[in-house]
Design a protein around this ligand. Structure first.
Ligand SMILES: [Zn+2]
Length: 164
């Protein structure tokens, strides 16, 4: 009875989860192996099997694995953070980026300050040029904070951030 082997043992995770027969051309089978029940359960809970099916149909075959990985990631984060989902992770990384860019500006300002002071010592002149430069940099920090964060502290527009 070749060709009529029972498929229940080789059903993909989606068909196992949905308690249906897995066919040779099942669109879920390549992306949800039999032992990946949790992977499908998460995606099903967040997006629903029919939406996942629709999304996969809209995507060229060579991009379907990446699509499934993305859906699984999004579903996983959404289940852990029902309010923000993966936007929460993105916003958190963007906040971290602003902090690091701020730290970089501070470090550059210090560097400029010490370099200017060193030059002044070498020229044997007393001046506050180094401090003036530091104040210019501080002005940049204020612009940075006003441009990139709204009152709730969330991300608005990074293209305005004045970085060299
Ligand atoms: Zn299947």
């Amino acid at each position: 009875m070749k060709g009529q082997e029972p498929r229940s043992s080789s059903s993909c995770a989606a068909c196992k989860f949905l308690k249906r027969r897995c066919t040779p051309n099942c669109q879920f089978a390549p992306y949800f192996r039999a032992d990946e029940l949790k992977k499908f359960a998460k995606v099903h809970k967040v997006f629903g099997a029919s939406n996942v099916s629709k999304i996969l149909n809209e995507v060229p075959e060579e991009q379907r694995e990446d699509t499934v990985n993305s859906l699984v990631y999004e579903a996983d984060v959404r289940l852990r953070d029902p309010v923000y989902g993966c936007i929460g992770a993105i916003a958190s990384l963007q906040r971290k980026m602003v902090e690091l860019q701020h730290d970089l500006l501070v470090a550059r300002a210090h560097l400029a300050h010490y370099a200017a002071r060193n030059t002044l010592f070498m020229d044997d002149q007393l001046s506050t040029a180094g401090f003036a430069e530091l104040q210019v940099c501080n002005g940049l920090f204020e612009n940075l904070n006003q441009n990139s964060l709204d009152q709730s502290g969330s991300f608005i527009e990074f293209s305005q951030v004045p970085f060299p």
